[in-house]
Design a binder for this molecule. Structure first.
Ligand code: MF3
Ligand code: CO
Length: 246
């Protein structure tokens, strides 16, 4: 799983570097498809419940599952969440990052920062003996205390030989509730954070999830292993078991 996630991290680096005004989300999908071939891995997204691309590109008020399109051309001031996953040797890796397009407003940057921080704080709770609810509670309290809202219609997930395994990993919970975290469990934690209200709706393409109030949204995701040494962020190249990010 580390190997699969290292490929994901490397390709996400390439995709995030490619983000600039004038590039379309379709172009980003082509970059991702080329990288998948180069690394000899398999897309975890293409064909998943009929998903038509190898990457999800969610711009501005798109929360998650934005389908790459030739007519979605990034412009200065946008923010984009890039979500990407592969299978390598039968194991899945899955991660996502929100990044600015060119120069963005401080307001948009703050949304990105709070969302990233909420994931980092949650990673810090990935300890043997803690409970699943400690993860969601950590995300939720950081997000809400900063005036944003957590999306509840989509959740993180266990990950392994399949992309989506048990347990579901919500970004909201009461601390001290839920199943105990055990050594060897790997979960994809993926806070989706709206600048406005938490409600989302899915567009007619049956994938694109947008904020109902059209407020901006950000999304980060890491695949995290629970080990006796502490959290191991499999989808971050520099991570070692027991890393404490915050
Ligand atoms: N990484 C996301 C998830 O965990 C996106 C997968 S949706 C797909 O759900 F359809 F594109 F696969
Ligand atoms: Co995921």
């Amino acid at each position: 799983m580390r190997e699969a996630n290292l490929v994901v991290a490397e390709i996400l680096d390439v995709l995030c570097d490619a983000v600039r005004p004038g590039i379309s989300t379709w172009d980003l999908n082509e970059v991702a498809a080329r990288e998948i071939e180069r690394h000899k891995v398999k897309s975890a997204f293409l064909g998943y419940h009929g998903y038509p691309a190898v990457v999800c590109t969610s711009v501005n008020h798109v929360v998650v599952h934005g389908i790459p399109r030739r007519d979605v051309v990034l412009k200065e001031g946008d923010i984009i969440a890039i979500d990407f996953g592969v299978f390598k040797d039968g194991y899945c890796g899955d991660a996502a990052r929100s990044v600015p397009v060119g120069r963005i407003s401080p307001t948009h940057q703050r949304l990105i920062d709070i969302t990233r921080e909420s994931l980092e704080f949650a990673i810090g709770r990935c300890l043997v003996g803690k409970r699943l609810g400690d993860i969601g509670a950590t995300v939720q309290s950081h997000v809400e205390s900063n005036g944003y809202s957590v999306v509840k219609d989509f959740v993180g997930h266990g990950i392994g030989r399949a992309m989506h395994e048990d347990p579901p990993v919500p970004n909201y919970a009461r601390p001290g509730t839920g199943k105990r975290l055990k050594r060897g469990l790997v979960i994809a934690i993926e806070p989706m954070v709206n600048a406005g209200a938490p409600e989302v709706k899915v567009l007619d393409d049956d994938w694109t999830a947008v904020t109902r109030d059209r407020s901006m949204s950000a999304h980060f995701e890491h695949s995290v292993a629970i080990t006796d040494e502490g959290p191991w962020v499999l989808s971050r190249a520099s991570s070692k078991p027991g890393e404490f990010t915050v």
